[in-house]
Every structure is written in structure tokens, then in C-alpha cells.
Design a protein around this ligand. Structure first.
Ligand code: CA
Length: 510
């Protein structure tokens, strides 16, 4: 009798869950909030000593944060191409900001669209093509204030702060999706916190009284490393432009006029007034102080960092507005929210701003995923993940069945809390050839990073660098050539050769 009952129950359960009677679960919506140059070290949830990001932290509290998240090529256009294709730069064609994304490589938006997703991109595009795979698009042309928006209908001017304009357009797009049957994917692509770090009117005076902690390598002397490090033009001490970056309008010999047209061009009267109210007095005080040497570098660092963090604050408010909307609209339950940046950024480490390098601050990028019912709230994952994994992850989230070649792996098992076999090293290749005043002249390099060691090859100079990230997290003691680490170096060179072979990447001579 007991056996009979169990059998009946089993049959009943099978009938309810069988393919014939099961209603297909609704595929999740996917919202990717994509920042530009937002370093992990400027996110509270990632342990920032100075950033306040309550909304990004709130996302992390509801989802999973990847503690070892990296990019494949730390620069804007190539990072976006890798996000869309799941491929390293050489394979998708976008090897530098001046390259072209290959048209014959399927992008994740096209694939989601073909599978019935409504797709939209709002904000920065930075690829030399129309936004293929997107039903709707509103792309930014311009900087932090009053940008133009380009849509299928044409180009139109806007008035306002760019981060907020991106947010408003994203909310409008989401509102139009509410109540529709089809799932959606949207890529909310900010220009913040990219150079020239112009804060919005409501953020201009934040951090005025706050002294931002300096990194230990602000006055790095680049000893022991390839000469490429000393040659790079991204020093806070020397390479920031007075007007554009430091908001110090200079005419002739000194700071004469904060109304310099090159800085305030394109602003409304109200925006100009707010700007001058924020900077004029501080600039006068700076001129009177007549700083020099290290004190001048420290001042520049403070100004850079305060403006950077003001731009991050606007990003964080944007995340808050999106999360609030999803909750209020009832969309939250079935919507995956991902926060990431195209790459990391130097916040004074090695005396630098900017990115490009395989050193940790620019190699790392924040990655937080909230998937209600799947990710455990407030969890972290320390596997080595990379932006080549994003497209495969989105494909798995949407249960796509096409399988184009991609270099990355789906993070979905990790998001589910599983522990599948995983890579023990990531491959990196920066390959933009640069020279001249407006470039950063960072030498091309490739390398591998494991859990503990990192090997870099500056192949135009045939220089090598090896770091033990455990004992030297700041990467100032190059161990390459040190006999104690000869075996480690040899093993990593083999890993590098293996990964280059596996991905089909060949170094191009000048
Ligand atoms: Ca960027």
C-alpha cells in the first residue's frame, strides 16, 4: 500500500513537471549597468577607503561580487567589443580604440534579439559601427554636460548632466517595457567616470573638506621595471592638462581666469554659475599657495580624486534610480542586474591616472551580479573571471542555444554557488600603438595572471616583469631574473605561450 502511494505521488509529480504540462519559465530580463573607467577601489562594497557608493553596495548586498574580476585589454573600445563578443581583441578585430569591430562576429545583443529579447542600448557606444543587435538606441555625442543624443530618428540636443540624461533615458526605456511579454536586455552605458571628470551641478562641492587617502606608490620611481613604466605619459605630477583635467584655466603665465572658454564651452548660464561658484575660490587659494614639488603633486592628486569621486557619486545615484524603478515597477523579481566597468583605472597608484596597463588597478574591473532566486545576497566569488566571460554568461542566462565560438566561460555555475573546474590564469594583451602629446605612450604588452603571480612581456622592448601579488600587491618589486623565481617565471612563460596558442593570438611586430 505504501509503495503504491509513493508511486502514485511520483507519477503525479512527474505529470505536473513533465515537458507537456510545464509552462516555460519566463526568461529573465537583463540590465547591464556599464561604467567607464570606474576603478574597484572607488566602490564601497569593494573595500574603497574613500568612495561612498550606497547604491552599488546595495546591489552587492543583494547579489554576488566577484573579487578577482579582470579585463582582457584595458581600454574603452576594445573592452566594449569584448563585452559584446566574448572574444579577446585580436579575434573580434577591435584591438585598439582606432580599430573596427568585425562585422562577421556575432554579438550578444544580436543573439538575444534573435532569441526574442527586446534589446536597447543607452549611452556611450565607442565602436565604429551602428549599434547592431539593438532594437532601440540612444547614443551619446559629447561630454559631461548637454550632450547630443543620436537615435534612429536622428541627432538631437539635450540640456543637463550626462549621467542623469543616461539615467532618464534608461528609465523611460524600462517603463516602456513594463507589462510586455517579451523579456528585455538593456545596456546602460555611462561615460562617467571617464576623463575629464566633470562633476554635475549637484555634486560640485562634495568632498571639499575631505582629504583623500594617498596610495603608497604616488611617488613611484619605477625602479627595477621595464623602462616602459617610466616612459608612460599618465603622471599626475606632469601629464594632467591644467584646464581640462585640473579645472585650472591658464592663460599665459598663471591662473588668471576661471571663465576660460575652453572649460565652460557648451554650458548653460546656470551651469557656468554653479561651476564658478565651486571652483573660483579654490583656484584663487591654489594660486596664492604657490605650491611646488611634492606638495603640488599632492594638490593635483586631491583635485583629481575629488572630481573623480564626484563623478562616481552620480554613477551611484544612477544605479539607485534604476534599482528603485525595478522595485517599484515589480520588474525586480525577474530582472538580473549587472554592474561593471569597461576597465579599471589608476587612482594615483604608480603616480598615475588612466588605464591600459596590466598592473592591478587597471587590469581589475568591478563585477557585481544580482539575480533574484539564484545569487545569494551579499556573497563573493574569488575565481579568476574576465570580461570575455560576460557574453557567454548572458547567453546562458537567456538559455540561448546557438553556440558561436567565444573565449570566455559562462559565470552562471558560479552565480549558482557551484564550484566547477575553473581557469587558473587569465590572458591579457594591450596592443595600441601610441605616440605623441595627446597619447599616453604605453608600450604594448601581454601577460598572464594567476592567483598569486603575474608575468608581463613588454615585447617591443623584450622586457619581462614578474610580480608576487601576495608579498607585493603594489607591484613594485620586479622578480624577473631573480634566480629564486626562475621556475615560476619559466612556468608562467609556458602558460603564456599556451594561452596565446589556444586563443590564436600572435604578436605583431612594429
Ligand atoms: Ca574606459
Amino acid at each position: 500500500m505504501r509503495f503504491f502511494l509513493v508511486s502514485i505521488l511520483a507519477i503525479a509529480v512527474a505529470a505536473c513537471s513533465g515537458p507537456s504540462s510545464r509552462k516555460a519559465p519566463r526568461r529573465p530580463n537583463i540590465v547591464v549597468i556599464y561604467a567607464d573607467d570606474h576603478a574597484e577601489r572607488a566602490i564601497g562594497a569593494c573595500g574603497s577607503p574613500f568612495a561612498h557608493t550606497p547604491n552599488i553596495d546595495r546591489l552587492a548586498a543583494g547579489g554576488m561580487r566577484f573579487t578577482q574580476s579582470f579585463v582582457a585589454n584595458s581600454i574603452c573600445g576594445p573592452a566594449r567589443a569584448t563585452f559584446l563578443t566574448g572574444l579577446h581583441s585580436h579575434a573580434n578585430g577591435m584591438t585598439s580604440n582606432r580599430s573596427r569591430l568585425r562585422r562577421d562576429v556575432p554579438n550578444i545583443a544580436q543573439r538575444l534579439q534573435a532569441a526574442g529579447y527586446r534589446t536597447g542600448v543607452i549611452g556611450k557606444w565607442h565602436l565604429d559601427s551602428d549599434p547592431e543587435g539593438f532594437d532601440d538606441w540612444a547614443l551619446l555625442r559629447g561630454g559631461y554636460y548637454n550632450p547630443d543624443l543620436v537615435t534612429a530618428a536622428g541627432r538631437s540636443p539635450t540640456t543637463g548632466y550626462t549621467t542623469e540624461i543616461v539615467t532618464e533615458n534608461a528609465l523611460r526605456w524600462l517603463e516602456a517595457r513594463r507589462g510586455k511579454d517579451e523579456p528585455f536586455f538593456t545596456w546602460i552605458s555611462h561615460t562617467a567616470s571617464h576623463r575629464t571628470w566633470r562633476p554635475g551641478p549637484q555634486y560640485l562641492k562634495r568632498y571639499d573638506g575631505t582629504r583623500i587617502e594617498e596610495p603608497g606608490t604616488l611617488f613611484d620611481d619605477y625602479a627595477g621595471r621595464s623602462r616602459a613604466a617610466a616612459e608612460a605619459q599618465m603622471r599626475i605630477s606632469r601629464d594632467l592638462f591644467p584646464a581640462y583635467d585640473l579645472k585650472l584655466p591658464v592663460t599665459g603665465e598663471g591662473i588668471l581666469d576661471t571663465n576660460a572658454e575652453n572649460m565652460l564651452a557648451g554650458m548653460t548660464e546656470g551651469q557656468r554659475a554653479a561651476w564658478r561658484a565651486a571652483y573660483d575660490d579654490k583656484n584663487r587659494a591654489f594660486a596664492e599657495a604657490e605650491l611646488g614639488g611634492k606638495e603640488l603633486v599632492r594638490w593635483k592628486y586631491q583635485r583629481y580624486m575629488r572630481d573623480y569621486l564626484r563623478c562616481v557619486d552620480a554613477l551611484d545615484d544612477s544605479v539607485g534610480a534604476i534599482l528603485d524603478y525595478l522595485e517599484e515597477s515589480g520588474l525586480s523579481e525577474n530582472t538580473i542586474v549587472i554592474y561593471t566597468s569597461d576597465q579599471g583605472f589608476f587612482l594615483g597608484e604608480h603616480g598615475w591616472y588612466d588605464k591600459r596597463w596590466m598592473y592591478e588597478p587597471s587590469l581589475r574591473t568591478p563585477l557585481i551580479v544580482r539575480w533574484p532566486g539564484v545569487t545569494q545576497g551579499g556573497s563573493t566569488n574569488d575565481r579568476l573571471v574576465q570580461n570575455i566571460d560576460l557574453a557567454p554568461t548572458l547567453a546562458a542566462m537567456a538559455d540561448l542555444r546557438d553556440e558561436p565560438e567565444m573565449h570566455g566561460a559562462s559565470l552562471v555555475p558560479l552565480l549558482r554557488g557551484q564550484t566547477p573546474p575553473w581557469r587558473d590564469a587569465i590572458y591579457y594583451h594591450y596592443q595600441q600603438l601610441d605616440s605623441g602629446r595627446t597619447s599616453h605612450t604605453v608600450a604594448r604588452h601581454c601577460g598572464v595572471r594567476g592567483e598569486r603571480f603575474k608575468l608581463m612581456h613588454l615585447y617591443d622592448y623584450d622586457d619581462w616583469e614578474l610580480y608576487d601579488l601576495e608579498s607585493d600587491p603594489d607591484e613594485v618589486r620586479n622578480l624577473y631574473g631573480n634566480p629564486e623565481y626562475a621556475e615560476t617565471a619559466a612556468a608562467l612563460r609556458e602558460t603564456l605561450a599556451d594561452l596565446q596558442h589556444r586563443f590564436g593570438d600572435r604578436l605583431q611586430k612594429r
